[in-house]
Design a protein around this ligand. Structure first.
Ligand code: 2HA
Ligand code: ZN
Length: 272
């Protein structure tokens, strides 16, 4: 079996293709990282080369020591992941201090991991701690309608959460822990990684104002689905606002009833 026949690689290609078709990944916009399971690491051993040198990550992620990640490449296009994965993505290994990475597969011709590697790995680190290792995926997309809303709604996570919940009944079930908002910041560094990681402690969805969205999840499918659900809700809200605004909506009591019947706990912070 070739590396590219492995299930996680096939799943990765499927969601990159789907995300491109959604219109979330113009040019080199957006990036995706996936933390391999132990079985997947064992399965890729015959294909990888651990001889390359370590490079600083820019943040310290001690609890990710010796973990392997499939990562999209810096400057690479999500639409090309299915064309040639080796040139556009790669597998990196984190060192035992959680401070450096090395490329062990792919990212050929001198390519590097995504410029947002600090934000991705900081978010992975927080989620490994908070979910006991259940979350494996961080996805960053330039979702059109969510970005549009960051020019119009106050940059307040409680407002975004409530407004987006109201646009689709299933939203509080899909993202019960709500949304965090990072104000506009220079992307690509450790400062935005710290701000994103802080919000990932209590949310699976973090919006970067005037830029895009970060989603965390257990599987590639669930993370894509979360991104899609939030963006779909944002699309409805953009249409509602364009039609002159809400004339009626889902009430706080409706949400409490939904939470009870669907067995999800949602914070009263969003239900005033
Ligand atoms: O170009 O999306 O945030 C990749 C990005 C940077
Ligand atoms: Zn971006």
């Amino acid at each position: 079996m070739a590396l590219e026949d492995m299930k996680f690689i096939q799943n990765f290609k499927k969601i990159t293709e789907d995300a491109w078709l959604k219109g979330w990944h113009e040019r080199n916009g957006g990036n995706i990282t996936y933390r391999l399971t132990e079985e997947e690491v064992a399965g890729v051993k015959v294909f990888i080369n651990e001889d390359s040198a370590y490079t600083p990550i820019g943040v310290t992620v001690k609890n990710l020591a010796n973990e392997y990640f499939l990562v999209t490449g810096s400057g690479k296009f999500i639409r090309n992941m299915t064309v040639c994965l080796e040139e556009n993505a790669g597998i990196v290994k984190i060192d035992e201090k959680g401070e450096n990475y090395k490329i062990v597969w792919g990212l050929t011709n001198g390519a590097k991991p995504t410029s947002e590697l600090p934000s991705h790995l900081m978010s992975h680190s927080i989620k490994v701690e908070k979910t006991n290792g259940a979350h494996r995926v961080i996805m960053h997309s330039h979702t059109t309608n969510v970005i549009a809303l960051t020019f119009v709604l106050p940059l307040d996570g409680a407002v975004f959460t409530r407004e987006l919940w109201e646009m689709a009944t299933e939203c509080p079930v899909v993202f019960p822990s709500g949304i965090g908002i990072v104000p506009w910041m220079v992307p690509g560094g450790s400062a935005i990684a710290d701000a994103t990681g802080e919000l990932m402690k209590s949310h699976d969805v973090v919006i970067w104002a005037h830029h895009g969205m970060f989603c965390s999840g257990e599987t590639l499918d669930l993370t894509f689905g979360l991104m899609d659900t939030v963006e779909k809700s944002a699309e409805i809200l953009v249409k509602v606002l364009a039609m002159g605004g809400k004339k009626q909506t889902i009430t706080s009591q409706n949400f409490r009833d939904l939470a009870r019947d669907f067995n999800v706990s949602i914070s009263e912070d969003y239900l005033s």
